[in-house]
Design a protein around this ligand. Structure first.
Ligand code: 0A1
Ligand code: ZN
Length: 890
């Protein structure tokens, strides 16, 4: 077996300030697809903060050819420096000086999409986390803040537009064929925020006047035909800029803000200073090609990257262990923004749902790590839901503990104290603590401890004294490398519902609260110890506790709700998150009972109470249609794996099929009526991605999907009709989704039509690839294999890989988990192939295996073999680290 541990493990405790600083960098790019030359002048000086005197200047660098090195004007011979495949060492450089390094690249051959590469013929860069070292030799670490001046030279016809960070200082002709542009960024920045874009691009212009009256040019660059589709992103950008001024007093700081949209991009987007680079899927939108969900994602990612200008760029991370300092905080800010742009309740439900479906399994598996990790081998593996979404929850809890006013005081102090610095999560908490006076010492453990804490709840009612006693306990299960856990500070939102569904005024018995304080209808209990008791007085009998309201902490709630209590909460809880959660628990209860019946080969039956509840919520037209749609959606099986391990995949798959089919059989009329009503609410309006329209379309989509689950002809006819009348992409996709698993001829007709209609539009075809890959049925595997040969499919493009193979592995539970292991083998094959060209795509797929040890024995054996086989070969550091973790302790 090959050992992959040659990639060194980095430890947080080993942080040392750099020996040298590079306050100024001048770069020249001579662009050419096969032979780009990069010349970098590094003005370095010894770091007065570093006591250990090192005479050597050590630079990171990979994947380029070193042409020459000049120190203070003298060309160095190879004997005067030391070059490895990862570093360049220059001995005896003195106190300060200028080092000029010249290297050569072939951007056209860069398939990893890190460093300088070509996307649809356009030069662009991706430097976070460690891509800058693939562009030039440089101390590539986020605490190295430099002022950059960048000159780009290239062919005038092929590269009429040449962009980099900051302000355009000069541009002009070099000769008949070539021209240049010089950009200067006045803000010192870490090199991971460097960006360059060059190509034949058009631009959408706009302007924004900041709160202090400065004019900022806003520019979105894309190919000519895409420009009209950039309008929504532009609008979202202006709203985000205004919002950051109003909510956080953050004003934009350059005269220009540019966005480039790249067809080939590993992630969603990147916050390079003044020149964001986006995955085109997260910029381009018009009603004909983008769905409601696309519009929603664009708004949120545009805001996220823009907000990074303050939380990430002006104040950056000292080292990559602090990644959540910028990511958790920026996700929290973009969540706040989305909530204000849309509906708070549905936004919050979707966040909580995402966290539980995606982050909880990560925290319970072999790659579990703290929000601020202590070690890593490959930092690219740490752009995780833990660092991002759990990180955002950790900020949200600070907001809960401090309240909006003190939280804002904390933020203001953080900005004031650390502007222009590279800092740590500790610095952030310190600012919060200093500004608020709230002691966050124990709270800090949220950054240190991996694993989802479990909060156990025991409720006792004393009829004689009318006292209600709530005992809360906490326990965080062990995670790899962290066998023992300490107690955390856990805010638990709480209310009691009476028999009519009304909230009971809460009066706590002495000690926990000020006796005089007025009774409240909901409170936040703060759990700090292993076990804590809270007593409430004057409580009527028969109340039902509503716990963890608004998803008040990223924990698993262990409370033995009776079924009727859950139904009560699902109908009456005033907290929409808990109403949704209760309904999800009802669904899960049904799935578990059905799976048990499947295992014991007993007849299946859905409980009548559940059907009644589902029907009541479906018909409840006083409630927001979006909230109804969310509550009525059956939970994802992948989210149940941890709770029901070893997870009997087949039994649960059968259970879920039966459940949906029974809803269709029993509630066909209701479902069709709701579909009709919701469509009627918007039928007279032209399509717009507004919150109201989206909500109606979403509930209609839900109703249509469920009623098509039994292939009933009248329901299929509704989908057919919707498809042919659709004047927007959302309706078309809703129709295709509803009939995705249908055995009817209609399916083939509509799918063929769609693929033909959009054959020249890759972003739209991605939706079709995903629908094909998530189909139920025996032939889906063969279908996916065939589609990898489709003319529009290429393994080189991360969006295509995600749409087809990612959807199959991560969203087609039955097919991926086929008993004969063929689903695993298919994905393992592509992990192997992709790892050689683009490790990021490979690890995206590999992550589908993360919970393999919790699967049923047949699945476990096949997965183990697939993973073992992958590990036999030489792997990228990313895939090597993941495989080692997934196969540790077996
Ligand atoms: N900072 C970006 C995420 C990002 C990270 C790595 C990338 O390439 C390997 C690209 C983007 C964000 O949070 O949006
Ligand atoms: Zn981010």
């Amino acid at each position: 077996m090959i050992s992959h541990s040659e990639t060194l493990t980095q430890y947080r405790r080993d942080y040392r300030p750099p020996a040298f600083l590079v306050p100024r960098v001048e770069m020249i790019f001579d662009l050419d697809a096969r032979a780009t030359e990069v010349t970098s002048a590094l003005y370095f000086e010894r770091n007065p903060r570093q006591e250990i005197c090192c005479r050597k200047l050590i630079l990171n660098g990979e994947a380029q050819t070193l042409l020459e090195v000049t120190l203070n004007g003298t060309l160095l011979s190879p004997a005067q420096y030391h070059l490895t495949d990862k570093e360049l060492h220059i001995p005896n450089v003195g106190e300060r000086g200028v080092l000029v390094v010249k290297t050569r690249h072939a951007p056209a051959d860069n398939t990893e999409l890190e460093g300088l590469y070509l996307s649809s013929g356009i030069f662009c860069t991706q430097c976070e986390a460690e891509g800058f070292r693939r562009i030039t030799y440089f101390p590539d670490r986020p605490d190295m803040l430099s002022r950059f001046t960048v000159t780009i030279r290239g062919d005038r016809k092929i590269l009429p537009v040449m962009l980099s960070n900051g302000n355009l200082r000069a541009q002009g002709k070099l000769d008949d064929e070539r021209h240049f542009a010089t950009w200067e960024d006045p803000f010192p920045k870490p090199c991971y925020l460097f960006a360059l874009v060059a190509g034949d691009l058009d631009v959408l212009h706009d302007q924004f006047v900041t709160c202090s009256g400065r004019r900022v040019d806003l520019e979105i660059y894309s190919t000519k035909e895409n420009i009209p589709s950039c309008a929504y992103a532009m609008d979202a950008l202006k709203r985000a800029m205004r919002w950051d001024e109003q909510r956080y007093s953050r004003e934009y700081d350059l005269n220009r803000f540019m966005i480039f949209c790249a067809d080939d991009f590993n992630m969603g987007a990147m916050e390079n200073k003044g020149l964001n680079i986006f995955n085109s899927a997260l910029v381009l939108a018009d009603p004909k090609t983008a769905t409601d969900d696309d519009y929603h994602a664009i708004e949120s990612v545009i805001a996220h990257e823009y907000f990074h200008n303050w939380t990430g760029n002006r104040i950056t991370c000292r080292d990559w262990f602090q990644l959540s300092l910028k990511e958790g905080l920026t996700v929290f800010r973009d969540q706040q923004f989305s909530s204000e742009m849309g509906t708070e309740a549905s936004e919050r439900i979707q966040m909580v749902d995402f966290l539980r479906r995606r982050q909880f399994p990560e925290d319970a598996g072999p790659t579990a790590h703290p929000v601020r990790p202590d070690e890593y081998r490959e930092i690219n593996n740490f752009y995780t839901t833990t660092v991002y979404e759990k990180g955002a929850e950790v900020i949200r809890m600070q907001h809960t503990l401090l309240g909006e006013e003190k939280f804002q005081r904390g933020m203001a102090l953080y900005f004031e104290r650390h502007d222009g610095q590279a800092v740590t999560c500790d610095d952030f908490i310190q600012a919060m603590q200093d500004a608020s006076g709230v002691d966050l010492t124990q709270f800090k453990r949220w950054y240190e401890q991996a694993g989802t804490p479990e909060v156990g709840v025991c409720a006792d009612y004393h009829a004689d004294t009318r006292e209600y006693v709530l005992t809360l306990t906490q326990r965080t299960p062990p995670t790899p490398g962290q066998p023992e856990k300490k107690d955390l500070v856990i805010p638990v939102g709480f209310a009691l519902l009476d028999r009519d569904g009304k909230r009971v005024p809460l009066q706590q018995a002495a000690s926990q609260w000020d006796e005089k304080s007025a009774a409240q209808e909901s409170v936040t209990l703060i759990l700090r110890e292993k076990e804590q008791r809270f007593t409430f007085r004057h409580v009527p009998p028969g109340v039902v506790p509503s716990l963890l309201r608004d998803g008040s902490a990223p924990v698993r709630l262990l409370f033995d709700y009776r079924k009727e209590e859950l139904r009560h909460l699902a109908r009456y809880d005033s907290d929409p998150v808990n109403r949704w959660d209760a309904m999800q628990r009802c669904f899960t209860g049904e799935l578990v009972a059905l799976a048990q019946a499947a295992k014991e080969e007993k007849p299946f039956a859905l409980s009548e109470d559940f059907l009644t509840l589902y029907a009541a919520l479906l018909r409840d037209d006083r409630s927001d249609p979006m909230l109804r749609a969310l509550a009525l959606s059956c939970p994802d099986l992948a989210a149940l794996v941890d709770d029901y391990a070893p997870f009997e995949c087949n039994a649960f798959i059968e259970a879920q099929r039966f459940l949906l089919k029974t809803l269709a059989d029993r509630l066909q009329n209701d479902l069709q009526t709701v579909f009709g009503q919701q469509r009627a609410c918007i039928s007279a309006l032209p399509y717009a991605p507004t919150t109201e329209q989206r909500a109606h379309r979403r509930l209609a989509a839900h109703a249509l999907s469920v009623c098509c689950a039994n292939d009933d002809a009248s329901s299929l006819a509704l989908a057919d009709d919707l498809y042919w009348r659709a004047d927007n992409m959302t309706d078309a996709i809703v129709a295709l989704t509803a009939i995705r698993d249908s055995g009817s001829a209609l399916r083939a007709d509509l799918y063929t039509d769609f693929a033909r209609r959009w054959r020249d539009h890759p972003l739209v075809l991605d939706k079709w690839f995903s629908l094909e890959a998530t189909r139920d049925g025996d032939d889906v595997l063969a279908r996916v294999k065939t589609l990898t040969e489709h003319p529009a499919f290429t393994l080189k493009n991360p969006n295509r890989v995600r749409a087809l193979l990612g959807a199959f592995a991560l969203r087609n539970f039955p097919a991926f988990h086929r008993n004969d292991g063929s689903g695993y083998r298919l994905i393992a094959y592509y992990v192997d192939v992709l790892d050689a060209s683009n490790p990021h795509s490979a690890t995206m797929l590999l992550n589908a295996f993360r919970s393999w040890q919790k699967w049923d024995v047949a699945q476990r054996n096949h997965a183990f073999m697939a993973l073992q086989e992958l590990r036999q070969k030489e792997r990228s550091p990313e895939a090597g680290e993941l495989l080692d973790k997934m196969l540790a302790n077996v």
